[in-house]
Design a protein around this ligand. Structure first.
Ligand SMILES: Cc1cc2nc3c(=O)[nH]c(=O)nc-3n(C[C@H](O)[C@H](O)[C@H](O)COP(=O)(O)OP(=O)(O)OC[C@H]3O[C@@H](n4cnc5c(N)ncnc54)[C@H](O)[C@@H]3O)c2cc1C
Length: 473
C-alpha cells in the first residue's frame, strides 16, 4: 500500500498547456517537485500527482477548477498536508491545488469577535497576526495546519473542551464548486435560520465537494489568567474517574488531556521530562479570571486526591507550562520513537462522556490481546482518544493485526453510541467504516456528492467508500 505511483507525463503536459493558457498561472509538472504532494502524515499511502498549481485567490481557483472540469481531471487540495487518514493523496493522479499562497488575513473585528481569512493561512500565523488584539482563534490541532484543511477535516484539538471544534467556530465560507462556480455560505451573524446549513455541509467534507478559498471564523477573548499542571495515577480507572467528576462538577477546564502509562513513558523519554513516573497522566488547564481559576484548581486538586492521584502539580513558571504542553504536543513523535522505522496507525474514537471510561478500559484489553505497542492519548474532556498503533507496513502480518485493532476500537466506539472519528476524518483509511457508522444515511451523502460533483473530480477516492474495490482498499 505504500508503493509510490508515478505521475503520467502525457496528462501532465495536457494539464500544464490548458491551465497556463487559460489561467496565466505557472503549473508545476516536474516529478521531483511533485513528490511532496504525494501524501500526508500517518498512513503510508502515496501517489505523485500529474501537476500542481498554487493560486492566490478565489478567482484564480475558480479559473483552475473550470479547466480541470473541462478536462475531467481530478482536483486534490493540499493545505498543510498534516492529515492522518490519506486525505491528501491524489489517488487518481490529476491536479493538486497547493493553498499556501492563499494565506492572507482579510478582516478582523475584535469588537464582533470574528475574522475572515483565506483558506491557506496556517493557524499559528493567524494567531501571530492577532497577538496584540486581545482575541485569538482557539482551535488547535497538534501541527500548524491550515484553516482550510481544518475546516475540511472538522478539526479540533486540546482547546475543544472549552471552545468547541471547527464545527462551532466557522461562521461562513467562500467555496469554489466542482464546475468553477463560486458560492458564499453563512454570514457574520451568530445565528441564522435561513434554510439548509451549507456551511456545515462543507465543514468536514475533506475537499470532496469544493475548494474552500475564504473562511469567516469566530474569535475569543484572551483569558486574563491561565493555570495548568499535571497529576499522575497508578490506575487508569482512577484517572478516568477524575475526568468524569471534573466535568460533572462543571469545573470547565480549558484543556483536559489524558496519557496512558505507555504514552507517558514515551513522552518522558522523548521530551526529557525526568519527573514523570511510569503512570497515567492528566494534563489540565483552567482559564478565566485569577480568583475563579484558583477556585477551580483547588476543586480539581480535591478530586485528584479523592481518587488516589499523586498531588496535582500546578506549573509555577511559564517555562514549566511551555515545556510540558510542548511535550503533550509532541505525543505523536514520542510514540514513533518507541519503535524507530515503524508507522503510526491512528484510532480516533469519540464516545458519549458517560461511556468514555468503559471505552478506554475495553480498548486497553484489545491492545493487550493484539500484542502491539499502541500508546494512548486523549482529549478526554470531549470523550475523544487516540491510539498510535505502531506497525511495520512491510510486515503483512503485523499490518493486519494493526488494522484489526484499529477496526475493533472504531466498532467499539460505535457500539457505545459514538463515532469512529472525532476529529481526524475518514480519508482513505476509514472509508470501510462509513457503512457501519451511517447505515441508510450514507446513501444521502452519495446523493449530495453526485449532485455537487457529478463527474467526481473533487478529491476522488476519499470519505465515501468505493462501490466496487479500489487501489487503496
Ligand atoms: C502529530 C499530529 C497531531 C495531530 N493532532 C490533531 C488534533 O489534535 N486534532 C485534529 O483535529 N487533527 C489533528 N491532526 C490531524 C491534522 O492536523 C488535521 O486533520 C488538520 O485539520 C489538517 O489540516 P491541513 O492543513 O494539514 O490539511 P491537509 O492535510 O492538507 O488536508 C486535509 C484535507 O482537507 C482538504 N483540504 C485542504 N485544504 C482545503 C481547502 N482549502 N479547500 C478544500 N479542501 C481542502 C484536503 O484535500 C484533504 O482532504 C494531527 C496530525 C498530526 C500529524
Amino acid at each position: 500500500m505504500n508503493a509510490v505511483t508515478p505521475a503520467n507525463s502525457e496528462i501532465a503536459d495536457t494539464l500544464r498547456d490548458h491551465l497556463e493558457r487559460r489561467t496565466g498561472l505557472t503549473v508545476e509538472t516536474r516529478p521531483s517537485a511533485l513528490e511532496q504532494y504525494a501524501g500526508g502524515e500517518g498512513m503510508p499511502y502515496r501517489r505523485v500527482p500529474d501537476a500542481m498549481v498554487a493560486p492566490s485567490n478565489t478567482q484564480d481557483v475558480s479559473a483552475v477548477v473550470r479547466v480541470a472540469a473541462d478536462l475531467g481531471a481530478p482536483v486534490t487540495c493540499f493545505g498543510g498536508g498534516t492529515s492522518l487518514e490519506g486525505q491528501v493523496v491524489p489517488v487518481e493522479g490529476g491536479l493538486v491545488i497547493d493553498t499556501s499562497r492563499m494565506s492572507n488575513v482579510l478582516e478582523v473585528s475584535s469588537e464582533a469577535l470574528d475574522c475572515r481569512v483565506q483558506g491557506g493561512i496556517r493557524r499559528k500565523n493567524l494567531n501571530a497576526y492577532l497577538r496584540d488584539t486581545g482575541v485569538f482563534f482557539p482551535v488547535d490541532p497538534g501541527p500548524d495546519a491550515t484553516i482550510g484543511g481544518m475546516v475540511s477535516t472538522r478539526a479540533s484539538g486540546t482547546n475543544a473542551v472549552r471552545y468547541g471544534t471547527m464545527k462551532e467556530n466557522v461562521l461562513g465560507l467562500t467555496v469554489v464548486l466542482a464546475d468553477g462556480t463560486v458560492i458564499r455560505t453563512g454570514s457574520r451573524a451568530r445565528k441564522a435560520s435561513v434554510g439548509y446549513d451549507l456551511t456545515s455541509l462543507f465543514v468536514g467534507s475533506e475537499g470532496t465537494l469544493g475548494v474552500i478559498t475564504e473562511v469567516a471564523l469566530k474569535l475569543v477573548p484572551r483569558p486574563s489568567s491561565i493555570a495548568s499542571g499535571i497529576c499522575q495515577f497508578d490506575k487508569l480507572d482512577k484517572a478516568l474517574a477524575v475526568v468524569s467528576q471534573t466535568l460533572l462538577l462543571g469545573l470547565e477546564p480549558s484543556r483536559l488531556e489524558l496519557l496512558d502509562e505507555v504514552q507517558t513513558v514515551a513522552c518522558a523519554a522523548y521530551s526529557r521530562l525526568e519527573e514523570l513516573r511510569d503512570a497515567s497522566t492528566i494534563f489540565f488547564e483552567f482559564a478565566g479570571n485569577a480568583d475563579d481559576v484558583s477556585r477551580r484548581i483547588k476543586a480539581f486538586r480535591d478530586i485528584c486526591a479523592q481518587n488516589a492521584g499523586s498531588e496535582a502539580r500546578r506549573f509555577d513558571t511559564a517555562e514549566a507550562h511551555s515545556r510540558y504542553w510542548t511535550a503533550r504536543e509532541r505525543c505523536y513523535e514520542a510514540a514513533l520513537s518507541l519503535a524507530p522505522g515503524k508507522k503510526n496507525m491512528g484510532t480516533d474514537a469519540c464516545v458519549p462522556l458517560d461511556r468514555l471510561a468503559e471505552c478506554i478500559l475495553r480498548t486497553k484489553e484489545l491492545i493487550a490481546a493484539s500484542g502491539l505497542i499502541a500508546p494512548m492519548v486523549g482529549h478526554v474532556g470531549d470523550g475523544n482518544f487516540h491510539l498510535g498503533i505502531l506497525f511495520d507496513p512491510e510486515d503483512a502480518e503485523e499490518s493486519g493485526r494493526a488494522e484489526q485493532l484499529c477496526r475493533q476500537v472504531s466498532l467499539l466506539a460505535m457500539e457505545l453510541g459514538g463515532v469512529c472519528s472525532g476529529e481526524h476524518g475518514i480519508g482513505i483509511h476509514k472509508r470501510s467504516l462509513m457503512d457501519s457508522q451511517h447505515g441508510e444515511a450514507l446513501a444521502v451523502m452519495r446523493t449530495i456528492k453526485a449532485a455537487l460533483d457529478p463527474a467526481s473530480i473533487m478529491n476522488p477516492g476519499k470519505l465515501l467508500p468505493p462501490e466496487g474495490t479500489g487501489q487503496f482498499d
